[in-house]
Ligand binder design. Structure first.
Ligand SMILES: [Zn+2]
Length: 250
C-alpha cells in the first residue's frame, strides 16, 4: 500500500505540513501492513537546515539507501512528508515493542536533532507527540498501528542505536494522553450541542396516525397539559411513528 493520507492526517491534527515533491510515488509500493512507528533523530548538526536534512533522506546515507524515512520533523515543529511507500530507516529489530519487524512493517519519523546533549524544544517535542498521536489514531487499510507499537530506534536496535534521546515510555504516555483528550468536549460545547439538538427535535414534523402533521414541539406542549391517560396515548402514538431513515437531520 501507499500511505497517501499522511499529509492530510497531520494537517487535520492542526500541524504545519510541507509536502516534499514526489512523495506520493516515493518509496516502494506494497508497503505494509504497517504495525508500528519508529522514532528517530537525524543526528545532524545543531545548526542544520531542513533542506540539507531532507536531502539526506532523499539521497540516502552510507548506512541506508534512499528514501530513508516517510516523515521528517523540523526543529520548528513543521512536518515534511517525504515518501508514501517503504523506506529504509531501520533494520529488523531485536528488541522493543516492534521486535521482529522491519522496514516493510514500520513507518519512520526522522526528527531534526543532533543527539547528544541538545535539549528538545517544547515546540518540536509537542509536535512529535501530536503527529504520532494523529498517525496512531488514523484508520486505513494496511495500517494497524497502536500506541504500544510506537518505538524508539534505540529500543528497536538496542546497543546499536541511541536515537531518539528522549525517554520512550514518557513519549508513549504523552501520545496516549493526547489521543484520550482528542475528542473530549467542554461542558459549554455539550450545552450548545444539546440545545441545537433540542431545537432540531422540536422543529421536526411528524405525521400523526390520524394524518395530521404537527411538530414535535406541539406534541410536547400537548404532553405538558394532557391528563395522564391522554399523555400515555400520545406517547404510544409517538412510539408507533416510523423514525425517519436518516435520523433527525434527514
Ligand atoms: Zn534512527
Amino acid at each position: 500500500m501507499r500511505a497517501l493520507w499522511l499529509a492530510d492526517v497531520l494537517r487535520d491534527a492542526g500541524l504545519t505540513v510541507f509536502e516534499v515533491p514526489g512523495w506520493r510515488t516515493r518509496g516502494a509500493d506494497g508497503w505494509g501492513p504497517v504495525r508500528g512507528i519508529t522514532c528517530h533523530h537525524t543526528a545532524g548538526s545543531r545548526t542544520s537546515r531542513d533542506a540539507d536534512e531532507i536531502r539526506v533522506l532523499l539521497e540516502g546515507s552510507e548506512s541506508a539507501p534512499p528514501p530513508i524515512a516517510q516523515l521528517y520533523l523540523s526543529r520548528s515543529g513543521a512536518w515534511h512528508v517525504v515518501a508514501s511507500g517503504t523506506c529504509n530507516h531501520n533494520r529488523v529489530g531485536w528488541g522493543g515493542p516492534n521486535e521482529g519487524y522491519g522496514n516493510d512493517a514500520l513507518l519512520g519519523v526522522e526528527a531534526q536533532h543532533s543527539g547528544g546533549t541538545e535539549p528538545w524544544t517544547a515546540v518540536q517535542y509537542q509536535s512529535y507527540v501530536r503527529g504520532v498521536a494523529a498517525l496512531v489514531r488514523h484508520d486505513a487499510p494496511g495500517w494497524a498501528v497502536t500506541t504500544g507499537r510506537v518505538a524508539g530506534h534505540k529500543e528497536h536496535q538496542p546497543g546499536a542505536k541511541f536515537d531518539p534521546t528522549f525517554n520512550m515510555s514518557t513519549f508513549r504516555a504523552n501520545v496516549s494522553k493526547e489521543i484520550r483528550e482528542w475528542d473530549v468536549v467542554s461542558p459549554e460545547d455539550i450545552d450548545k450541542i444539546a440545545n441545537a439538538t433540542a431545537e432540531k427535535v422540536w422543529a421536526r414534523k411528524v405525521t400523526l396516525p390520524d394524518g395530521r402533521e404537527v411538530t414535535m414541539g406541539t406534541i410536547m406542549r400537548w404532553l405538558d397539559s394532557a391528563q395522564l391517560d391522554t399523555r400515555n396515548k400520545i406517547l404510544a402514538a409517538i412510539a408507533e411513528l416510523t423514525p425517519p431513515s436518516g435520523g433527525i437531520d434527514a
